[in-house]
Design a protein around this ligand. Sequence first.
Ligand code: G6P
Length: 496
Amino acid sequence: MAEVQVAEHESYPFVVISNRLPVDRVIKPDGSASWRPSPGGLVTALEPVMRARVGAWVGWSGQPDLDFAPFDSDGIRVVPMRLSALEVQNFYEGFSNDTLWPLYHDVIAPPTYHRDWWETYVEVNQRFADTAARISSPGAVVWVHDYQLQLVPKMLRLLRPDLTIGFFNHIPFPPYGIYSQLPWRTQIIEGLLGADVIGFQRLADANNFSRAVRRLKGFVTKNPIIEVPLVDESEGVRAQGPVRRGQEFRTVVAKQFPISIDAAAYETLARTPAIQARARQIREDLGNPQTIMLGVDRLDYTKGIGHRLKAYGELLADGRISVEDVTLVQVASPSRERVQTYMHLRDEIELTVGRINGDFATISHTAISYHHHGYPRDEMVALYLAADVMLVTALRDGMNLVAKEYVATRFDDDGVLILSEFAGAADELKRAMLINPHDIDGLKDAILAAIAMPKRDRAARMRALRRRVIENDVDKWSTEFLRVLNNSRGARGRKD
Ligand code: G6P
């Protein structure tokens, strides 16, 4: 990959900031290093957006203590940020992924609160804001992404009041009863309110946020508008309570913009003869079972992988299905491997997979084909094409783009999507088989119904799902967000 130096004075009219870059520096045990595509839905969604625009993408390289000059990565100008080993521990593994991540996902795992993690979070957010301020041209649009960088909007506004600032939260925003646990709940709200537009995945997330603003700041919210007294920013004074008569205020828009994928790109890949041949090969290699079920997730406790395994294991134990007829392929890509909860999860999942395979696999048929690594997109599309039933059983998920990828791939109008009602995608993909993953009996029944579903019903459902995913693709998502952001530029008012 060519590394192109950016001149010191170079600045951009459009800047995206996220903790992850589209590429991740990976260092192998033999010491050799390379850039690889980054994990997760944020990068999947933002990559096509950035390819279509002139701008820069600021983010962390994925390794501690490494400096990289800005470079071009497949048509995207990338500006890597350095994080020290301690910052990776406190900011990334600690506050982002052991405090905010579990808190924002309904405390499925208990969040940990450490004051030194918070201090590093503030410092790192400030550095991201400083970098964005330095490389943004006058009047630029800066789009900040996700829970790792919630303080950046306010910091950036203080440094560069000329900028238009958007923020998008890729994960859920929790109900106030949960959010209020956070010792720094007010600072986070103030950080976010530095943006002109704050985007969420679902209406429920936007409502939870507005409620937190009312409870913690007392500002007036008239969905989707929030009135923020101007005194809050320029003078570093913390405003409290509604805007008073004669007082000036800035309006902030907080609303849902459900994120999506480049659906056409997935369909194009799915129509490629080589990928279709690979899908057939996968079926054959698995022993041509009548039904292949597929799960594709980062190995994360929010994804409900254990619930899915439990349902499948019980169906085998009950004798309602057999390994000759139904195989489960589970891709669990490595994630946040130095965070304790993730280490435990891996042990738990791999123990369960081992048990189920030990109990039910035969010499010719495995029960679960388990893969603890990520795959390139071509292979993922082949897997989607090979899968009769796609299992998305998240306990809580901002959106879940895997569900949309499966649908985009199935141009043959076949395949059944089982989708958790706790994934943001369930708001749109209503013709999926919606399930509650906590209800194991319900999940088992849904699996059996999916396996037995007549072709006509599968096709009718898949056609409806495809219409949604094709119409609401990622281009529409970014265009709509940026349209609202442009309209909101500098919106002000005075209370009469
Ligand atoms: C989710 C988050 C992203 C994150 C991704 C991968 O999609 O919303 O912000 O980048 O997971 O997680 P990681 O910790 O590897 O960046």
